[in-house]
Each structure stands twice: as structure tokens, then as C-alpha cells.
Design a protein around this ligand. Structure first.
Ligand SMILES: *Cc1c(COP(=O)(O)O)cnc(C)c1O
Length: 385
């Protein structure tokens, strides 16, 4: 594997992989902030710079040199990734883009992009010889980890806040996981999961920690690959914990590092009105995330008041020369209904990027735009019963 070291987002402290991979909670040991993997791109360039890398069909594990794995025979996969990049003339028109693409992540095995990170995290769990995984989740992460754990035959404990959609809790239970419904918001669930792993040494913490971000990068690689390595003008995605946004930035940056592309798209991050600490930070150009207590929005998958990768998401917007967008619940539901009426079924959080695109349509005029539709409509049929 080509990981050289990890670096803290806030204080810049660096760590050798051997010093952090066995920590119960993979965070900066000095300031507690999220840490990020840095690779040896010269070696990767030698490994992948071939015509076949450009031509091979996009699939999640095709990009393994950019992931922290070495033993390819032990990868855990349920067939994640390789999701369609859809384009529909009426939807394109509604945003004024020259071409609008919807990256339909609902088509992953458990119905959300979380499966990309889960396949890597469960691979790591086995590598470290653990037989139990723990995760805090607003629903989709738990459903994803529960499925991969069940597939591999290991135990799974999921802490969910009481706002999680019923169908998601049912999905987690269906896979046989131990569901602990927390009286409190998502931040309280995270604390419960982190406390659990510190006191149960046989368990492995999954969630928005460094491995997940690495696995999630493949959505960014696939977008470029599916556009035949032509870089779009904008890529728009929702921000919950901010992991998806940072993963996109890393994926686009890494393709430039190894010489496959020459530039990166502008990254637009979208949050819900009552839970937009990253967009607020971006609006005031200050890299300080002011947490929101008990956030309320119809988009429950992004109701993260104190985003773990908030600083990283802020950096992804700023360093890509991107934008932050806030949408309210009625804009989110309108966007969701419009997508559904054009054949694309998503949950409210899955429509947030398209809602954001509609909101900034003047900025998008004539541009090539990709919106990430993050989760399946069947998971949360709010208002359709
Ligand atoms: C997890 C999730 C998000 C937010 O992703 P982050 O990486 O937490 O920013 C958005 N939409 C859906 C459907 C999700 O499951």
C-alpha cells in the first residue's frame, strides 16, 4: 500500500501509519481533529500510468492503488460502485447547465454511497483481526456497515439518533445488527460509539474516520472516468459530516498528481437551512465550524450539527474555488419530487445537491455539472404514503 503518512486537518501534526492504525479512535492525538492519508504518488504513477487504466470500465476496486490496501485477495465486496452517471434533457434545462449529470449512488448494494467506504472499512476490520464493528449513524452508514458485517460474519453494533428514518432502522435490524437508539442527536450517538470502542478492545470503530474517506474517493474517480477523463466545471454534493466532499476533492487532486487530468472541478457543498455550519464558515471565510445543536431538517442523513470532517469540507470548497449553498426543506422536497418525476428516485438528502444546483442556476449557465444523488428514495418515502 502506498500511504506515506497521516496529517491533521487542524494542527498539521503528522503520523506514520504504524503509529495511528491501531488506535481505537483514529484522530489527531494532539488536538482531536480528523486526520488524512497522504500517498506516495510517484510509486502510484508507475503502477497505473497505462492506457488500460484509462480504458478499463469504472468499478470501485479498479482504483486500488489509491486505497490503503495491499492484499487484493482479501478485499470484502458486495459489488459497490460502478453506479450510473445519468443525464436527462429536462433536468439539464432546469439548471441552465450545458449538461447536467446525476451520479446515481442509490444504485449501491445498500442504497447509498456509504458502501464505498464500508467495503474498505470491513476489509480493514478483518485485516486487524477484529470480530465486531461499531458505528454511529443517522441510518445509511449503519445499514451499510450492518450489511457488510453480516456478509463477512462479524458482529455489528449501531448507535442511531431518534430522528433516523424508520425504514433505515429496519434495514439495519434486518441484517441482524444490535441497534441502540440514542436519546439525543447524531453527535451524542458518535460519543456513544467512541466510548464503546474504548472499552471493548475486540471491536473496530467504523464511521467518518480516515479509512472511510479513502474508500469514498472512488465516487470522484468514477465521475472523471465516466466522462472519459474530461473534467466537469462543477461537482455538487451534500455535506453531512463532510466526508463525501473531502473525498471528492482528494480524488480530483490525486488524478492531477498522477498526471491523468490537468485540473480539478469546482466543488459545491450544499447544506440544509437549519444545519449549515460549513456553509456559514465558508460565507464568512473563517475556517471555524460553529456547531449547531439538535439540527432539524427533512434531510436526516445530513443532520450533522458538528460535522467530523467539517474543516475538511471547508477546505474542499475553498481550495477548489467552489461554493457553499444552503437550501431549505421545501426546496429539498421540490427537488426530490422533480427528480422522481423524471425517473430518478432519491431520499430527501439524495436530492440536496440537485436542489442546490437549481438554486445557483445562474452560476451554472453553460457549464458541465455533476450532482451526486447520494441515497435511495425507498429508504425514506416521506410524504409519499
Ligand atoms: C451520509 C450521507 C450524506 C452525507 O455525507 P457526508 O459524508 O456525511 O458528508 C448525504 N446523503 C446521504 C443519503 C447520506 O447517506
Amino acid at each position: 500500500m502506498y500511504v506515506k503518512f497521516f496529517r491533521c486537518f487542524r494542527c498539521g501534526e503528522t503520523y506514520l501509519p504504524k503509529d495511528v492504525v491501531s488506535l481505537p479512535v483514529m484522530r489527531c492525538q494532539k488536538c482531536g481533529s480528523a486526520i488524512d492519508a497522504e500517498y506516495d504518488y510517484d510509486s502510484i504513477r508507475k503502477e497505473i500510468l497505462s492506457d488500460s487504466f484509462r480504458r478499463d470500465a469504472p468499478t470501485h476496486w479498479k482504483y486500488w492503488p489509491f486505497l490503503p490496501v495491499s492484499d487484493l485477495s482479501s478485499l470484502v465486496t458486495l459489488g459497490e460502485g460502478a453506479t450510473p452517471l445519468l443525464t436527462q434533457p429536462l433536468l439539464t434545462e432546469s439548471t441552465r447547465a450545458s449538461k447536467l449529470y446525476i451520479k446515481y449512488e442509490a444504485q449501491n448494494p445498500t442504497g447509498s454511497f456509504k458502501d464505498r467506504g464500508s467495503s474498505l472499512e470491513i476489509t480493514k476490520t478483518l485485516q486487524f483481526g477484529k470480530n465486531k464493528v461499531v458505528v454511529a449513524s443517522t441510518g445509511n452508514m449503519g445499514a451499510s456497515i450492518a450489511a457488510y458485517a453480516a456478509f463477512t460474519g462479524i458482529e455489528c453494533v449501531v448507535f442511531v439518533p431518534d430522528i433516523a428514518a424508520h425504514a433505515k432502522i429496519a434495514q439495519i435490524r434486518a441484517h441482524g445488527a444490535d441497534v441502540q437508539v440514542i436519546d439525543g442527536d447524531y453527535s451524542v450517538a458518535i460519543k456513544a460509539a467512541e466510548d464503546y470502542v474504548r472499552t471493548h478492545s475486540d471491536s473496530f470503530l467504523t464511521g467518518d474516520y480516515p479509512w472511510r474517506c479513502e474508500g469514498t474517493k472512488t465516487v470522484g474517480f468514477e465521475i472523471l472516468d465516466q466522462l472519459y477523463w474530461k473534467v466537469p466545471d462543477y461537482v455538487i454534493a451534500p455535506i453531512g459530516n463532510g466526508t463525501l466532499l473531502w473525498s471528492l476533492f482528494e480524488a480530483f487532486r490525486e488524478m492531477v498528481c498522477v498526471g491523468i487530468t490537468e485540473s480539478i472541478p469546482r466543488i459545491a457543498g450544499v447544506q440544509a437551512e437549519n444545519c449549515n455550519p460549513v456553509v456559514k464558515a465558508w460565507e464568512s471565510s473563517a475556517p471555524t465550524i460553529e456547531p449547531v445543536a439538535d439540527p432539524e431538517t427533512i434531510a436526516t442523513a445530513i443532520a450533522c450539527g458538528n460535522p467530523i470532517d467539517g474543516l475538511a469540507a471547508f477546505k474542499a470548497i475553498q481550495d477548489s474555488n467552489g461554493i457553499g449553498i444552503t437550501v431549505n426543506d421545501s426546496e429539498i422536497l421540490d427537488a426530490r419530487d422533480t427528480l422522481a418525476r423524471h425517473g430518478i428516485l432519491v431520499e430527501p438528502s439524495g436530492a440536496v445537491s440537485y436542489a442546490g444546483a437549481c438554486k445557483v442556476r445562474d452560476t451554472l449557465a453553460g457549464k458541465i455539472v455533476v450532482c451526486i444523488a447520494t441515497g435511495h428514495g425507498l429508504k425514506d418515502m416521506y410524504g409519499w404514503f
